[in-house]
Structure formats: C-alpha cells, structure tokens
Design a protein around this ligand. Structure first.
Ligand code: GRF
Length: 226
C-alpha cells in the first residue's frame, strides 16, 4: 500500500503535527506528510516540519482579500503537493466551499470537545463554563459549517471541578495526540465511508485492543471511539 499523501494546515504550536510526523516516522501511520501550510508567518509548528524535512509554505491573507479569493489561493498551493487528504491541525481559519470542493470528503479537523457540544473557539473554556463532567476531542471530516462535519473518532476526557480552561486543554490535548493519528491511519487503510452524514468504520472483524495495529490502540480506557 502506497503511503497516504497528507497535507497539514497549521496556525500555531503544532503539537498535533508533531505527533503525526512522529507516527509516520515510527511506522504507526502509513502516510507521508507532503507539505505543511500556515496562514501565519513562521508558526512554531514549522520547526517540527523542518526537522522531518517536510516543505513548509505560508499563505497569508491580504488585508482586504475576500475569503473566497484567499481560499482559492490556499487550495491552489495545497494542490501543488498533490495530497490525498488535508488535515487541519490547529488551523485557525474557517474554510469555505471554495477550498473544500478541491478536496471532496478529504479534509479532516481535530476539535478539542465532544462535538456537537462546544463548537467554535475556546471549546475547553466553554466546557468549563458549562460545568460538564466530561469533554474530550473529536476528529471529523470538514463540511461547510463550523465543526459540524461527519464524526470519525471521539475520545472522552473527564472535567474536574478545579479545572481551568488550561488544565482541561492539557488533558484533552493528550487525547488528541492519540485520536488524530488513529483516525488518519483508518483513513490510510481505506476503512472510512461517509453515509448520510455518518462515518462508517470498517473494523474488519477486529476487536478493540487487538494487539496488531498500526493504530496504536483502538480504544482507550474511557471506552471512547467505538
Ligand atoms: C488543538 O487543541 C486542536 O484541537 C485545535 O487547535 C489546537 C491545536 O494545537 N483545533 P496544536 O497546534 O496541534 O498543538
């Protein structure tokens, strides 16, 4: 199987990018990161890309540039590396159909909440303010809405009374770092289908916790994912 060609879009820190690159390097993710793109100049994430010798490109929006014009420019740049899928890993812009139509059902996002709860910005602060006992992360396909696309995998994280947005974000981030490469490996193995806005996963008869597995763990201790 040829490795899945991935483009990754970032805006900042890049810890999910790092985890993806490490999973590729370690053989846990049968993919190849063929380009890393940012809407901001020199984000910390680029450092991880450079260490893995992945080309980086910044596409900054002009002050008066319309969203559609920017998205078309970004899509053109990303198409240049011929990706089979695009991962939004902390990319801070909402992408319009102009971008999405260039990669139909092939754009994935990682969101730090259990969607459809707490869409949009500051999901961890929203969870703390709402007093929920559990939150977590979601990897989903991107559609034209904000954090509304078909859900691939979710992992639960507890929320404690003393949590701040920051302490919860750190707990959720650890879950993201497992869930994101796992979802990408399922995509790489051709196990994901979208039907009626739901993602069907072909587990091929395998049980959660099966010892095989380029996907490191099918299920974590909270019972998430299945
Ligand atoms: C993550 O919390 C992700 O869920 C959200 O943005 C953050 C990106 O973090 N979409 P990083 O840049 O991958 O460290």
């Amino acid at each position: 199987m040829e490795p899945l060609r991935l483009a990754v879009l970032v805006s900042g820190r890049g810890s999910n990018l790092k985890v993806i690159l490490d999973a590729v390097a370690g053989g846990a993710l049968e993919a190849s990161v063929v380009g890393v793109f940012s809407d901001r100049v020199e984000p910390p994430a680029f450092e991880w890309a450079r260490r893995h010798r992945v080309p980086v490109l910044t596409v900054v929006a002009g002050e008066t540039e319309r969203r559609a014009a920017y998205d078309a420019r970004l899509a053109g740049a990303v198409l240049g590396v011929r990706p089979q899928a695009v991962v939004l890993a902390g990319f801070m812009r909402v992408l319009s159909p102009v971008f999405l139509e260039a990669f139909p059902d092939r754009v994935l996002n990682i969101h730090p909440a259990l969607l459809p709860a707490f869409r949009g910005l500051d999901a961890q602060a929203q969870a703390v303010a709402a007093g929920v006992r559990f939150s977590g992360c979601t990897v989903h396909f991107v559609d034209a809405g904000t954090d509304t696309g078909p859900i691939i995998l979710q992992t639960v994280a507890p929320v404690y009374p003393e949590d701040t947005a920051d302490t919860l974000a750190a707990r959720i981030l650890a879950k993201e770092h497992k869930t994101c490469p796992a979802a990408l490996q399922l995509l790489a193995e051709g196990r994901l289908r979208i039907r009626d806005r739901r993602v069907l996963i072909d587990w091929d008869g395998r049980q959660p916790r099966s010892p095989r597995d380029s996907v490191a763990e099918w299920q974590d201790s909270t019972g998430s994912w299945l």
